[in-house]
Structure formats: structure tokens, C-alpha cells
Ligand binder design. Sequence first.
Ligand code: CUA
Length: 315
Amino acid sequence: MFAHGCAGIQSTLEPTGAEARQIATLFWVMVIGGSVVWLAVIGTLLYAARWKGEPHSAQSAGRLILWGGAIFPAVVLMALLAYALWLMPSLRPQSGEPPSAPLRIEVTGEQFWWRVSYRSKNHEASIASANEIRLPLGQRVEFVLKSSDVIHSFWIPSLGGKMDMIPGRTNRLSLLATKVGIFRGPCAEYCGTSHTLMAFYAMVMDPAAFDIWLEAQSQPSEELASDGKLRFISNGCGSCHTVHGTEATGTLGPDLTHLGSRESLAAGILPNTEEAIRRFIADPDVIKPGSKMPAFRMLPEDDLQAIASYLKGLK
Ligand code: CUA
């Protein structure tokens, strides 16, 4: 199930981030605290059920119920509540707080994909991407979360808690990754027909490799002499999509500048292959119902193939 995250790359119980570790600890403390209350209440019940002979004192029965059934559970539950409240501020930076992290990643939820832009202290302008998030190991990253249409929710279970993306509001989340790897993030709020087809991969990289990657992302893709590019432009793809360094400057759809370097396609649902790109261009509404991209199945096969190959080549 998408929303549960029970193992491997999408697991709240195998934390690979500082925040996720706190949440996992909170979970286990709650499980242990709840079990202690359960044992006390069931123990009291069994003791009372096996009470033989006449109730030698109504007073001691009353005491048992008071301590085992009320005071003890109340004390344990209050302690758990206090622990959770104490933990909460560290998991949720207040909005309006000045950004403390050197790297900010703005993620905007769209039906049904993720608009991503990076702003780091080394780069003046923000760097646009989509449907994939890369972050450096061991460095705090501030996420700025928005929505352009309906409520979505941003969640990388392995790294931290989830945060809603609400139209007209800016929410913030701060994450610190503690393990290199690829982790999956599902959209965690029902947002329409293709809600379950809205996911992304978060890649935690060695900081040096991340800096090199970010620098490469700030540049246009290597220019490919291909007729795919001409067909991409002449079919009007550039009115919705941007490919830096070309006439394609649309902003309605995902930025495709370095599409070929992404791990997956169409918000985490397809492998990034030429064939998958071709299929998506031809039938986006079949692969992702409710997608705002019009279908281009009327294009000649040559066009589809050439455009797919051009996009796959945008490293
Ligand atoms: Cu976006 Cu659910």
C-alpha cells in the first residue's frame, strides 16, 4: 500500500533521517506505554474475575479499580502526551522563521506531479526540476511546500514527517538525511483521480556529488544536434514545458531540461526509458487519468520517436 510505508525505501520504521528517527522513537515509546496500560487494565480485570469468596472489603475493590483502572493509565498517558508535545516543536519549524538552512528546496504540488526548485547559497537563481528531489547527506535542508491547485501532502516516510501542501499557504519542513540512498515519497492526501500515481524519489547523495550535480543542473542540457528538438519545438511542446537554452519556455508542465538524468518518469510511476517517454507523450490520459497534458497520439510515429529520443538525451 502506498500510504503505509512498511519496508525498504518507504518506511517509517527504518528511519534514515534525524526527524524520522525521532518519529520512530516516539512510535515505539507509544507502543510500549500503551502495552503497559493494557497489561495493567487486563491484569486488574483478571484479578477481579478470579476473586473468590465474598468481597471481603468493598473498599479494597474500589482501590483496585481506582489505581489499576484510572490513576495508573492516566499517569502513563499523560507522560506519553508530555513526551509527544515536547518533541513536536523540533519536528515543525514555525512558518515565517528566517531560513536557517543553506539549501532550500521549494516543492509545489500539482495535479499530479511535483514542481521542484532548488535555491542554494552558491547559486543566485533558483534551479528548476520536477518529480525528483536530491539532497545532500548530513546537511539540513529546508523544504518550502506549496500547492497550485488542491491539497496535496508531502511525505518521505524514511526521512521525516509529512506536511500538507495547501493552496494559498506556504508550509515548511526541515529534514536532515543520515543515510545515502533512494527513498520514495508518496502524495499523502487524496487530490483527485491520479492521487495514487503521484509520487517521487528522494535521492540522498554524498555532499560533494550533490554539489557537482546541482552545478550541472544550473546549466542547460548538453546541446544535442537532433531533429527531435526541432519536432519538439514545432509541435508546440515548448508552450507548456521548458528546456533551458532552447525556445521552449512554457511553465504549465514539468521543466524538462535534464529529463534524461532523472531516475523515473511521470511522478515516479514509469521507468525513464525512451519507450516510456514515447508512450506518455502519446497517451498521458491513459497512463495518468486526469493529467492536464493533452494526448499526442495523432502525431506520426517518427515524431513521437524523435521527440522521445531527444528528451531521453537531455542529461
Ligand atoms: Cu497529490 Cu494526492
